[in-house]
Write a protein that binds this ligand. Structure first.
Ligand code: SAM
Ligand code: DTB
Ligand code: SF4
Length: 329
């Protein structure tokens, strides 16, 4: 199937408006044309610098603009990151995603993050970072150090963006995505549902993602985790079926992308998650914690995978590293 980058809003709207079962059925059909239906890519997240972020994202526990009672933490030591990455590998993750509460990395942070990328990559894990906005040169240096993916979400529609964040623009986000792509890294970009946006905003978000020159390889669809003290703490919860519709539409219009069931899984039952997989989600974050909020946890996920007969995608081990290890032993 040819990938399309010219999706129009009314086409996306028509997909959303189908009866739920027709939509999920179509998403599953397309999913099976492009992926093994029972394999899920599993990533582990680690916050490498927590809190005191200068940005004012209204959903975020880490923004310095709100009092969310979060304990801030300075940059954590590279050794600590490596031991967490080893644990993630042992528990079956294929990708390790390191996140920092920065507007953008400062030049003084670059040696720190580059060393981390090299060392995590050498373990045989795929590497991912989410550090805020990048300039062109930072993107190139991250790629050269071995960074496979950069996560940078568009979060919501262009129209709703300024209701959620005022300290940067939607176009700032697109610029970083362009630098990441230009440097040759894979793009992880998605958004959040349940921010108080309407369906048109969800359509707008998906249209922006699906009309990028190349679809993001990974598309996280987060459900808002409400955080006390933030302006969105008491926003009305979005119905789960609308989240699943969003996953299904993403699967249909970006058929070769991994669609990631992201933040918000804690509030989903096993059968809701099964429905999300049916709708084409094929990637998730494992572990007890996302960046600052609780996540399903490894034990629960293992049970879920066993119950549903799902298998985790294997880490693509670093061949060069393996031959060095083989020679040394
Ligand atoms: N500071 C960087 C940035 O904003 O790009 C990286 C970290 S930021 C926490 C990564 C993403 O997590 C955000 O873009 C947002 O989509 C998601 N996120 C943050 N807080 C969330 C929440 N409370 N509920 C759901 N998703 C959230
Ligand atoms: C993404 O889209 N979701 C992850 C990851 N990318 C970095 C982060 C979710 C954060 C949820 C709230 C928290 O734990 O602070
Ligand atoms: Fe900062 Fe990222 Fe949170 Fe926004 S989402 S406040 S940029 S950590």
């Amino acid at each position: 199937m040819n990938l399309r980058n010219d999706w129009a809003r009314d086409e996306i709207q028509a997909l959303y408006e189908q009866p739920f079962l027709d939509l999920v059925f179509e998403a599953q059909r397309i999913h099976r044309e492009n992926f093994n239906a029972n394999t899920i890519q599993v990533s582990t997240l680690l916050s490498i610098k927590t809190g005191k972020c200068p940005e004012d994202c209204k959903y975020c526990s880490q923004s310095a603009h709100y009092d969310s009672n979060l304990e801030a933490e300075k940059r954590i030591a590279v050794d600590k990151v490596i031991s967490e990455a080893k644990e993630a590998l042992e528990s079956g993750s294929s990708r390790f995603c390191m996140g920092a509460a920065w507007r953008n990395p400062h030049e003084r942070d670059m040696p720190y993050v580059l060393e981390m990328v090299r060392e995590v990559k050498a373990l045989g894990l795929e590497t991912c970072m989410t550090l805020g906005m990048l300039n062109e040169s930072q993107a190139v240096r991250l790629k050269d150090a071995g960074l496979d993916y950069y996560n940078h979400n568009l979060d919501t529609s262009r129209e709703y963006y300024s209701h959620i964040i005022s300290t940067r623009t939607f176009d700032d986000r697109l610029d970083t995505l362009e630098y990441v792509r230009g440097a040759g890294m894979k793009v992880c970009s998605g958004g959040i549902v349940g921010l108080g946006e309407n369906r048109n905003d969800r359509i707008g978000l998906l249209q922006e993602l699906a009309t990028l020159p190349i679809h993001p390889e990974s598309v996280p669809i987060n459900m808002l985790v409400p955080i006390d003290g933030t302006p969105l703490a008491n926003v009305e919860k979005l119905d789960v079926t609308e989240w699943i519709r969003t996953i299904a539409v993403a699967r249909i219009i970006m058929p070769k992308s991994y669609i990631r069931l992201s933040a918000g899984r804690e509030s989903l039952s096993d059968s809701d998650q099964a429905l999300a997989f049916m709708a084409g989600a094929n990637s998730l974050f494992s572990g007890e914690k996302l960046l600052t909020t609780p996540n399903a946890g490894e034990g629960k996920d293992r049970q879920l995978f066993d119950k549903l007969g799902l298998v985790a995608e294997k880490a693509k081990l670093n061949v060069a590293q393996l031959s060095v290890d083989a020679m040394a032993s």
